[in-house]
Write a protein that binds this ligand. Structure first.
Ligand code: G3P
Ligand code: CA
Length: 244
């Protein structure tokens, strides 16, 4: 028996069943019982924070081109649901404000910064989190650890998470060596082992591996004692953890 269940974190919303990073995907994840959501952010040409994985609009919208070269109004004119299925027609690329309006304050939001935009993203994001007064329920993560350091320096209250894809020799030692009060580790799940998890937790770090979907992987991570699991299928994870 586990003493505590991992937090159920919906990757880009319920990405497996709805168009990623749309309000429909976040709404579906909430209805499936997720306890946290993960999303990706970029900056528009007129400095709005929008929720999208890629730097370009091509893969997930009816538009083409780079987010950084378009205004919010231009981006809003494109459909972000049709590529996934006709029933999602009318979805648009949401602003971070729209997602925060939708998601209750009790749900953890993991904001992944994809690109720093020469320091503009860090400043805009901190300004945003202060305005929304949700610092306590937000983790800001990135593969760009220099960006994460700037965010922590701008606002020491921010909970920061380190994303990584490599099999690090000692992730906890690395995180602690930064002297930044790192909140959480976000490893690619196949690069993680039980020893990494134990060591991190003993040091007070939370561990949120991404992105596991198969039942055997979800159960393996739960057995490791991770703090949360980032998954495209929050409904599946909820069912699996129900009896544990
Ligand atoms: O934050 C975890 C995970 O989302 C990182 O990879 O490519 O899905 O953004 P990616
Ligand atoms: Ca992400």
């Amino acid at each position: 028996m586990l003493t505590n269940k991992p937090m159920n974190i919906a990757h880009r919303g319920a990405k497996g069943m709805a168009p990623e990073n749309t309000l429909a995907a976040f709404q579906l994840a909430l209805s499936q019982g997720c306890e946290g959501i993960e999303l990706d952010v970029h900056l528009t040409a007129d400095d709005h924070i929008v929720v999208c994985h890629d730097m370009t609009l091509d893969r997930t919208t009816t538009g083409k081109g780079t987010i950084a070269e378009k205004s919010l109004a231009e981006i809003k004119a494109y459909d972000a649901g049709l590529w996934f299925g006709d029933e999602f027609k009318g979805e648009t690329v949401p602003t971070l404000d729209e997602v925060f309006d939708l998601v209750p304050g009790s749900i953890m939001i993991n904001v992944e910064v994809k690109y720093a935009y020469e320091g503009r993203m860090e400043r805009k994001l901190i300004e945003f989190l202060r305005r929304r007064d949700r610092l306590n329920h937000v983790i800001v993560s990135s593969f760009d650890h220099k960006c994460i350091r700037r965010i922590k320096q701008l606002e020491p209250e921010t909970k920061i998470g380190l994303l990584y894809q490599a099999k690090l020799l000692d992730p906890t030692a690395y995180a602690r060596s930064l002297d930044l009060e790192v909140y959480s580790l976000h490893p690619y799940f196949q690069m993680l082992d039980a020893e990494d998890v134990t060591k991190a937790k003993e040091s007070g770090l939370y561990v949120y591996p991404y992105t596991a979907n198969d039942e055997k992987d979800l159960l393996m991570l739960a057995d490791y004692g991770v703090s949360g699991i980032i998954t495209d299928f929050p409904g599946r994870l909820k069912t699996l953890l129900q009896d544990r």
